[in-house]
Write a protein of this length. Structure first.
Lengths: 425, 244
């Protein structure tokens, strides 16, 4: 058999990706998995006391909108408190918060100040003061829909083991192309979360308005102040203690997405590096049957996706580089006489030489990806063409965004190999 | 109270089986197209053999005047052009062979033999008709980057039918005739070329090859092709008749 190294790499990656795609499709369409959390009858949740913690560091442009969305929640104001933790802001954030408190005397809003210590420390600071049976974290650049608590609190009912419930997160008013691309990404991620939740495999409780059971978080020691992604770490720790994390699409949180490639790159490096760090930190969960699908599938997938991206990118770059160098050497050897080549150009297309086996498998994968894209919009009840997006931008997302995320993984690989520090530290 | 952890063993198994099925589908498609490639290779080889027989027959009747040199040379050039194009196709088929490598190897061997027969026939025709083309017997090494082959392909574009190139794989042990030619020309280093009867071993640049080829055209007293007229004068050794 004439199999080249690139073929072996491609076929192995195709196999893994296809296997995972089919597995998740099976999860999606298996009926017994669909009952339960998503379809759960909404009972009267009662009105437990609820705390919202808003860590804020230099958020003068967005803090007011975030707070406005909290006071706009359809929930009795005497049954909730808002704790804003000013994490050593150097801009007008504290003044804006004070003005906001003054304007809303009917709400219990507490402002806590601390030196700049990071989000996790701010969350813990707020947690020490929180009186709610349940509490949520709301990033200051996000805004929550008014029905969020009605949609999310019932999921805590009847099951004291539910430690966290996460909402549907969307990109806030996407205007630029990059924001529109992230819109797709968020929708796909939410769909993926929907599938993960079916198997109790959620590995992140996102910063924008995940609700936690206060006592459980206190019992397991609060938020880790040393990690770069505390929302990922707390979720893995909850899973480690066999607590349940649920999610719902009925509560919506809109969050601001990075508007420049540089900002997006930094954000994604932080996320994926954090996820990898967490996986290494909790390596005892990897392939551990005691943790069910979370141990044998979810945890390894975090690192596996990075390894796949790096191996694929490395192999492709090597092959492309080699082909480019060969072409360059050839053009050099014929003194760049393109005129002769053009004059005598005759396109010879021989369909029989096309790699049909690879194409068939790749097209199957592309078909599944396209289906997931369409289906995820259907589940989340969003039109693909909302916010001025077109099918062209959808295809662009499918084709181009993968390269961007591969670059992110390559950089993370470089960070690990070179021992480079996190640039946001 | 803790959640009851389960492993979705049935789903993993089913996903694995379905993945295998899709891969099998891909492999089946690969087999179907490989068989189509094999048929195509057989068809190409047969076509070339028929062209060879036709040319052999025609050259037998030059003396009797049934065929003339001009027509014969034109047919020869066309045949060798086709031969040159098709050898690339057969080599590509052979490289892509996953399931029937032996069959493709046989096809390639058959093709190389036809090429060699064409080469000898071209030489025979040249004994009866005035020379107006340069023949290059090119021995490539399949284990090395074929930059030399690319340069020859470029020169072929430049000279068209006036340059007849016969490519043979020097590392093809199945065909003893290739070994015989290598011994005859005393070739030990690859890539190597026999331009008419002059042997060159190792890589040659475009400029060197242009000089070699154009010198042959001058030596045979044929019309100087366009490809030689466009060469900068600095390329040639002064006094070879090209610096006009």
């Amino acid at each position: 058999m004439n199999l080249e190294f690139l073929d072996v790499v491609l076929f192995s990656i195709y196999f893994l990706l296809l296997f995972l795609s089919i597995f998740w499709l099976l999860v999606l369409f298996t009926k017994e998995e669909q009952k339960g959390k998503e379809g759960k009858e909404k009972e009267n949740p009662g009105t437990p006391f609820f705390s919202a913690i808003v860590p804020a560091y230099n958020e003068e442009n967005s803090i007011e909108l975030a707070l406005q969305s909290l006071v706009g929640l359809e929930y009795p104001s005497e049954k909730m408190e808002i704790i804003v933790v000013n994490d050593g802001s150097t801009d007008r954030t504290p003044e804006i918060i004070k003005q906001f408190v003054h304007k809303h005397p009917s709400h219990k809003i507490i402002l806590l100040n601390q030196k700049n210590q990071g989000k996790a420390a701010a969350m813990n600071h707020g947690l020490r003061y929180a009186q709610g049976e349940l509490f949520a974290c709301l990033d200051a650049d996000s805004a929550v829909s008014s029905n969020a608590l009605q949609a999310m609190l019932p999921l805590f009912e009847d099951d004291g083991n539910v430690a966290a419930v996460c909402p549907l997160i969307k990109v806030k008013r996407p205007q630029k192309v990059l924001e529109k691309v992230q819109w797709y990404e968020y929708i796909i991620n939410m769909f993926h979360r929907f599938l993960n939740a079916k198997l109790d495999c959620l590995h992140v409780t996102p910063g924008p308005f995940s609700i936690y059971r206060t006592q459980i978080i206190r019992n397991i020691g609060g938020f880790d102040e040393h990690t770069i992604t505390e929302d990922l770490e707390i979720a893995v720790r909850l899973q480690k203690h066999h607590y349940q994390i649920l999610h719902t699409f009925d509560a919506v949180v809109e969050t601001v997405a990075p508007a420049t490639w540089k900002a997006l790159f930094r954000q994604r490096v932080r996320w994926y590096k954090g996820a990898t760090d967490n996986t290494i930190q909790y390596k005892e969960l990897l392939f551990n049957r005691k943790y069910g699908d979370f141990g044998v599938l979810r945890m390894p997938t975090v690192i596996l996706s990075g390894i796949l991206a790096i191996v694929l990118a490395g192999t492709l770059l090597y092959e492309l580089g080699r082909a480019a160098m060969e072409k360059l050497a050839y053009y050099y050897s014929i003194n760049f006489d393109f005129l002769t080549l053009l004059r005598n150009f005759s396109p010879e297309i021989n369909i029989l030489t096309w790699p049909f086996a690879k194409l068939f498998i790749a097209l199957t994968l592309a078909g599944i990806s396209f289906f997931i894209m369409i289906y995820s919009h259907r589940i989340i009840k969003e039109r693909i063409t909302n916010h001025g997006r077109t099918f062209f931008s959808l295809v662009s997302y499918l084709l181009i965004y993968g390269f961007f995320l591969t670059a992110v993984w390559l950089y993370i690989g470089f960070m690990y190999v070179s021992g480079r520090k996190n640039f946001w530290a | 109270m803790v959640i009851e952890r389960t492993i979705s063993t049935r789903k993993y198994l089913l996903a694995f089986i379905l993945t295998l099925l899709i891969f099998s589908g891909g492999i089946m498609i690969g087999i179907v197209f490989e068989n189509a490639r094999l048929s195509s290779a057989e068809q190409i080889t047969l076509q070339e053999k028929v062209s060879l027989r036709s040319l052999q027959l025609q050259q037998n009747y030059i003396e009797s005047g049934i065929t003339d040199c001009k027509t014969l040379n034109t047919i020869l050039e066309n045949n060798i052009n086709e031969l040159g194009k098709k050898v690339g196709v057969i080599i590509e088929y052979e490289k892509k062979a996953l399931f029937n490598p032996e069959e493709f190897n046989l096809q390639l061997q058959d093709y190389f033999l036809t090429e060699i027969q064409f080469y000898f026939l071209a030489k025979e025709i040249n004994t009866k008709c005035p020379l107006n083309n340069v023949k290059i017997l090119y021995f490539y090494d399949e284990n090395k980057d074929d930059t030399q082959g690319d340069i020859l392909a470029y020169l072929k574009k430049r000279f068209g039918g006036k340059l007849l190139i016969f490519s043979l794989n020097s590392q093809f042990p199945q065909e003893p005739m290739i070994g015989t030619l290598l011994t005859y020309y005393n070739i030990t280093q690859y890539p190597a070329m026999a331009i008419e009867e002059k042997v060159y071993q190792g890589h040659r640049t475009t400029e060197q090859l242009l000089e070699d080829i154009c010198s042959e055209f001058i030596d045979m007293g044929a019309d100087i092709p366009e490809g030689c007229r466009e060469i900068p004068s600095s390329v040639f050794i002064s006094g070879n008749g090209l610096n006009r």
